[in-house]
Write a protein that binds this ligand. Structure first.
Ligand code: ADP
Length: 903
């Protein structure tokens, strides 16, 4: 549409466009001199902009211009709806037809050729302005006419519509009434039908025409339509609308009756009867279903609640019981307020989304804070329903606190169990029915040289171990699955990652499902390498102890024997069975003082070592010496658990020591005796020699007469004999001590031998007025001795000469008796006797009883020593019984020659 400013202005505005300024000024001056307002430009580009902004009444446009020429400016102005209506007059030096035609083609209205005259320019400008104004006015008139025409047409259309409406009104009304499913009627005040719709006719089973001007009672059975009459009557009386429920036959109806004013100011009855039988049925069903729901809900152990907006609108009995809140309290609560504060926001959000029809999430768990303040876990299922015609949320809650607790307990137990399993020092694992690992504890992972459990899970022994071990383990698993029998404590050798041989004690226990089928197995391995090594060491140690050359005894803390080695039995004669459980005091000889034992206990119970000797008694009563090292055995924590004694039999050594001491003493004694012997000998020899030499000298002295000299000679003879005796005794004794004495043994009849002794001594006794008595057993049987007869005589000579020498009155008795195959001789005197302290000493050489008598009686102290040596050489024994002043009895016994004793 041309929106060029069409209204006439006080001063017309003209745009002049020419690229040559002189032309532009000339043209502008020509036009402005005529009272027009002039806009001008030398640029075709600007011309378009100025025209658009100022909408001049006319444009004088030069054709030939640089960049954008006049034709182009015209093309643009015509193309723009705002400027297309502005008349354009081309001004050009071009006077050719082609240019002019092109100018008109492009929409130019005129063409002024340079050079131009002012009058020509002005007349053309004026004409075209005028033309333009006329065109505008004409256009305006045409528009007005069009508007009037449009109004008329609208009015005609409206009237036609009103006519049609009027014409169709009744039809439409009837159609509307008939289209209604409700029964619609109009009655006059005589209850006659004036209008009925199709539904009404159908209900009565008549046509509409049949019904018109008829009353209910004329149309239908009174039993069916009787309620209608009274309500019609009520309406006429009350003259105000009401709604009642009526039963028409089997139908339940909701009837609306309203007063209608009829012509002539008469009252009419309008009615709309809605058959609500179906609704009623639905309502009853709904009621029943609601009752069912209530019964169900009230008897449900689950809490059931319905909320609308923010509040509970229904809660069942279990909700009251579960929450501890009363019904009133619950109904005052917003549905999320019962939830634990942490969860309220979530429950509110989900609850509201549910109300908005969202179905997710349907079920979830959360804690509820009940009235007592305790938290209980609820499992909730919710969905959205329509409650009393409005969206509501229904939720069911089960108290899962116990379940939750059980779950937590199980979870904790699982964690506990897993921790336990993982921290067991022994490998523990579970395998499935295919022998693949389902669980592997830390020790097991380590055992397989794996980094973590994931590395071993799902793998069988075939994949986990080298071929031999893998096959064996896998086959074991398969056998176990087939047999269902556990494998307990099976020893297996394996090589660990460092190539070290290790011993494992493996147990595999099958797992069963409810039907008794094996589902897998639990395996427990125990590394017994250290135990094995320890056992080997123990074996070595126990063998060393068993085979020890020392006797070893181990006791408990009470000192009761727990172990003895074979050497102990060998030494003591007690078997292990005899001594185990007993105290080692059974070995006591009774010689060791109690303080000695106390010292041992004090030492070893302090954990120290005791060393020392014991004189103990063997089972057979024999005494023996042992050297013992005793100490305690301590456990890892340093506590004493046992005592151990390691003992060696030192009886032999002891004996040797004793023998050595005896030998030493003997040597010392012998040395001492030798000195004494030499001193004595010199004294004993000098004494007679002194007499011999002295008297010999006197023999040559002339002072002495012959008688005196005879006396001297007798002295020399006596002392010479005495010297001979001494020298032969010394010789004898020396020979005996040197073991050089020789025995010429022969059988000696004793009685005969003794009678010889008697003959030898009888005179000596007589001269001393002493009795020599023989006590011989009164038997004819001769007794024999097998020995050297001279030596035997020497014994008797010594004893009898002593008896003679030391007895001044009374008698000397010689005799014998036979006892236990031994002959017991005795030589008894009634002499001076010997004090008891000298009884042993007199048998030792050169020993004499210290008394003045010795000097009186003389002697060299060798006789009894030689006598004893001779008796002992004859396998006999000599002893003395004596009391001073009462006398002495020397006895000696010798073995009887057996063959003669026997017969
Ligand atoms: P000796 O030649 O001194 O008699 P013996 O060895 O025969 O040597 O006796 C040692 C000592 O024993 C005697 O000196 C005497 O003291 C004492 N003795 C020996 N026999 C008797 C006896 N029958 N009665 C009293 N004392 C005796």
């Amino acid at each position: 549409m041309n929106v060029f400013r069409q209204e006439s202005r006080l001063v017309e505005e003209i745009l002049v466009v020419d690229d040559i300024s002189a032309n532009l000024i000339l043209l502008s001056d020509m036009i402005s001199s005529e009272g027009y307002s002039v806009l001008n430009t030398t640029s075709g580009e600007q011309a378009f902009q100025i025209a658009k902004e100022n909408l001049p009444s006319i444009i004088l446009l030069d054709i030939k211009m640089p960049v954008v020429d006049g034709f182009e400016v015209c093309r643009r102005l015509k193309a723009d709806s705002v400027t297309s209506g502005i008349p354009i007059i081309f001004v050009s030096a071009l006077d050719d037809l082609e240019a002019k035609l092109k100018g008109f083609e492009l929409g130019g209205v005129d063409f002024i050729t340079k050079p131009y005259r002012k009058a020509e320019v002005l007349i053309r400008v004026k004409t075209h302005i005028r033309l333009s104004q006329l065109m505008f006015q004409q256009k305006q008139h045409a528009n007005e006419l069009l508007a009037v025409n449009k109004q008329l047409k609208e009015e005609i259309r409206r009237r036609e519509q009103a006519d049609n409406a009027l014409k169709n009104s009744e039809e439409r009304y009837n159609a509307f009434v008939d289209a209604n499913e409700d029964m619609i009627f109009l009655k006059d005040d005589q209850f006659r039908y004036l209008v009925v719709n199709d539904a009404m006719a159908v209900f009565f089973g008549k046509t509409k025409d049949e019904m018109l001007n008829k009353t209910d009672s004329e149309l239908a059975d009174e039993k069916i339509i009787f309620p209608c009459g009274s309500s019609d009557q009520r309406l006429l009386e009350s003259d105000s609308a009401f709604i009642i429920e009526e039963q028409l036959g089997e139908h339940f109806c909701e009837t609306t009756k309203f007063p209608v004013k009829l012509k002539g100011n008469k009252k009419g009855i309008g009615g709309i009867i809605r058959n609500i039988t179906e609704q009623k049925k639905i309502a009853t069903e709904l009621k029943e279903s609601e009752e069912k729901f209530r019964n169900l809900a009230d008897s449900s152990p689950a809490a059931i609640g319905i909320y609308q907006d923010d509040y509970w609108v229904y809660v069942n009995r279990s909700t009251v019981e579960m929450s501890g809140y009363s019904l009133e309290e619950l109904y005052r609560m917003r549905f999320w307020e019962i939830v634990s504060p942490d969860y309220q926001e979530l429950i509110l959000k989900n609850g509201q989304e549910r109300l908005a029809g969202s179905t997710t999430p349907k079920s979830y768990e959360f804690p509820v804070r009940v009235k007592s303040g305790a938290l209980r876990w609820a499992y909730m299922t919710g969905s959205s329903i329509t409650f009393k015609g409005r969206p509501a949320g229904i939720i069911t809650i089960i108290d899962i606190t116990e379940k939750k607790k059980a779950e937590t307990d199980i979870l904790e137990e699982r964690v506990l169990l897993r921790t336990l399993i993982d921290n067991l020092p022994d490998p523990v694992y579970v395998k499935n029915r295919n022998g693949r690992k389902m669980l592997s504890n830390i020790a097991d992972i380590k055992n397989m040289g794996a980094k973590n459990e994931a590395e071993v899970l799902g793998k069988s022994d075939l994949e986990l171990f080298n071929s031999e071990m893998g096959h064996r383990g896998y086959e074991d698993d398969i056998i176990l699955f087939e047999s269902g029998e556990p494998v307990i404590n099976r020893e297996e050798i394996s090589i660990d990652e460092n190539g070290v041989k290790r011993w494992l004690l493996t147990s595999k226990i099958p797992l069963f499902d409810q039907d008794g089928n094996t589902t897998g197995l639990v395996g427990i391995g125990h590394d017994i390498t250290e135990i094995k090594k320890a056992n080997e060491t123990i074996q070595k140690l126990s063998q060393s102890i068993e085979q020890s050359p020392s006797s070893i005894v181990i006791t408990d803390l009470n000192g009761d024997i727990e172990y003895v080695n074979p050497k102990f039995t060998e030494i003591t004669g007690y078997t292990a069975a005899e001594v185990i459980g007993n105290n080692p005091r059974i070995l006591k000889s009774g010689e060791t003082p109690d303080e000695y034992y106390k010292d041992i206990w004090d030492t070893i119970s302090m954990g120290e070592i005791w060393r020392g000797e014991f004189h103990n008694r063997k089972k057979n009563g024999e005494l023996y010496w042992e050297w013992a090292t005793m100490t305690s055995i301590k456990n890892e924590s340093g506590k004493i658990t046992n005592y151990i004694a390691i003992k060696e039999d030192i009886s032999l050594r002891k004996q040797m020591e004793a023998d050595l001491i005896i030998a030493k003493n003997k040597a010392e004694e012998s040395d001492r005796l030798k000195s004494a012997f030499l001193a004595n000998m010199s004294h004993e020899i000098r004494t007679p020699l002194n007499s011999i030499i002295g008297f010999s000298e006197l023999l040559s002295d002339t002072h002495f007469d012959i008688e005196q000299k005879d006396e001297f000679i007798q002295h020399i003879i006596d002392n010479g004999n005495s010297l001979l005796t001494i020298i032969s005794d010394i010789m004898d004794f020396s020979k005996m001590e040197a073991g050089q004495i020789t025995f010429r043994e022969k059988t000696i009849p004793i009685n005969k031998f003794l009678s010889g002794i008697n003959e030898e001594y009888i005179h000596k006794f007589k001269s001393k007025e002493l009795n020599l008595i023989f006590e011989i057993p009164n038997t004819d049987e001769e007794i024999f001795l097998y020995t050297d007869i001279d030596r035997l005589r020497q014994i008797f000579n010594n004893l009898i000469s002593n008896a003679l020498k030391f007895t001044s009155k009374g008698s000397v008795t010689v005799g014998y008796e036979i006892k236990d195959e031994m002959i017991h001789f005795h030589v008894r005197d009634t002499g001076i006797g010997i004090p008891v302290q000298y009884h042993d000493r007199i048998f030792v050489r050169f020993n004499q009883v210290e008394s003045s008598n010795t000097r009186i009686y003389g002697g060299n102290g060798l006789g009894l020593a030689i006598t004893r040596a001779l008796v002992e050489k004859m396998d006999g024994k000599i002893w003395i019984e004596s009391e001073p002043e009462k006398g002495s009895t020397f006895s000696f016994m010798l073995p009887v020659q057996k063959k003669y004793v026997e017969g």
